[in-house]
Write a protein that binds this ligand. Sequence first.
Ligand SMILES: [Zn+2]
Ligand SMILES: [Zn+2]
Length: 126
Amino acid sequence: MQMLNSINNLKVASHFKLSEFACPCCNLVMLHPKLLAKLGELRNVLERPVYITSGYRCFRYNQKVGGVANSYHCIGLAADIKVKDINLISLLEICENIDFTGIGFYEKKNFLHLDVRPTRRTRWRE
Ligand SMILES: [Zn+2]
Ligand SMILES: [Zn+2]
């Protein structure tokens, strides 16, 4: 159905569309404004595109990709990102300055997990 191809295809900030955060299996999406604001800040500092490789996940999809049971992806507080032409360490430093409360450093898969969890700062590496 033509209509469904454009679901969530709306700008939610200068550089992001809601569809970029939607669950790949069902197109459902939750996106906390604080996460969006911090990603926008990151985009502005970098002056280049930030690719959302995983935003919102429904519980079924989260299970399928092996996410942790209480994943912040399932409540719209987390996104995994990739940025071209910048090494992951430099990207990490910039994200530290923006002060995401949760940051996961995935060296082999070359992406960062960023979240705005309301609890204490958490850092991990894989
Ligand atoms: Zn889904
Ligand atoms: Zn993640």
